[in-house]
Design a protein around this ligand. Structure first.
Ligand SMILES: [Zn+2]
Length: 253
């Protein structure tokens, strides 16, 4: 099989893949929301999809479901182009994904949010989603860990800079430069606040009260090489976590 992207396969190819041992399916959960003047609205979706592909390739027995391209982005709602759905709508969508994938024989449905606002609803919904199904639902949804891994990638690339809260700064700009450089408008990049009183302030008051440009941190530290390190760092860690979770659920690889 040349691709791990399920939407590029036919129904027979997916059926045969499951019969042939591809028992895990990864669901990237992205967003359509402002990412400053220099990155596209689909940044979280594109990065999350790329991470899911790299995890699937490492596992060797997984496919990637079509990414969910919108999520809970209310704190960015005042920026044009941001599309937000509420957590009940996201949960309903995930329920449809999980039920469909369970029906076709996948044993593990891995939920991979790549936008901060989607982590809480994914964690809240995950236990209920698996109810009455054969498939296990495995959320990889620890936001602090995700941001730590992104920063770790920067450090591995030799960049001495750390972002307190990730949004359109060095790590996401680097990742986009690695995968979709034509969509990164370096000449329009500006730095945003480096420190925040609290993440709650962002969520409650909205990004526009904290950062006029929509950026947190400094995209000037981004390089494509760092983006590659970041994507590999997250993919290594996540593939390890999927294997760990599958073993904990009784899987014998
Ligand atoms: Zn983002």
């Amino acid at each position: 099989m040349d691709t791990v992207d399920m939407d590029e396969l036919t129904w027979q190819e997916v059926g045969n893949a499951v019969l042939g041992g591809r028992r895990t399916v990864l669901v990237p959960i992205g967003a359509t929301e402002q990412h400053g003047p220099h990155l596209p609205l689909g940044t979280d979706t594109m990065i999350g999809t790329e991470i899911a592909r790299r995890v699937a390739e490492r596992l060797g027995d997984a496919l990637v479901a079509p990414a969910i391209p919108v999520g809970c982005s209310h704190d960015h709602a005042d920026f044009p182009g941001t599309i937000s759905i509420d957590s009940d709508a996201l949960t309903a969508l995930l329920s449809g994904y999980v039920r469909s994938l369970d029906r076709h024989g996948f044993e593990y449905v891995v939920l991979l949010p790549s936008h901060g606002g989607n982590f809480p609803p994914v964690n809240a919904a995950a236990p209920e989603l698996a109810r009455d199904l054969d498939a296990a639902v495995v959320p990889i949804a620890n936001l602090d860990r995700y941001m730590d891994l992104l920063n770790e990638g920067l450090q591995r690339a030799g960049i001495d800079y750390e972002e307190p809260v990730v949004h359109a700064g060095a790590t996401e700009t680097a990742a986009m430069a690695a995968i979709r450089s034509a969509l990164v408008h370096e000449d329009r990049a500006v730095a945003g606040p480096e420190t925040l009183d609290s993440r709650a302030e962002l969520v409650n008051e909205g990004f526009d009260d904290v950062t006029e440009s929509g950026v947190l941190g400094d995209p000037a530290h981004a390089t494509p090489e760092a983006g590659e390190e970041i994507l590999e760092t997250v993919a290594d860690a996540y593939a390890g976590q999927v294997r760990h979770e599958r073993r904990a659920l009784g899987d014998e690889e």
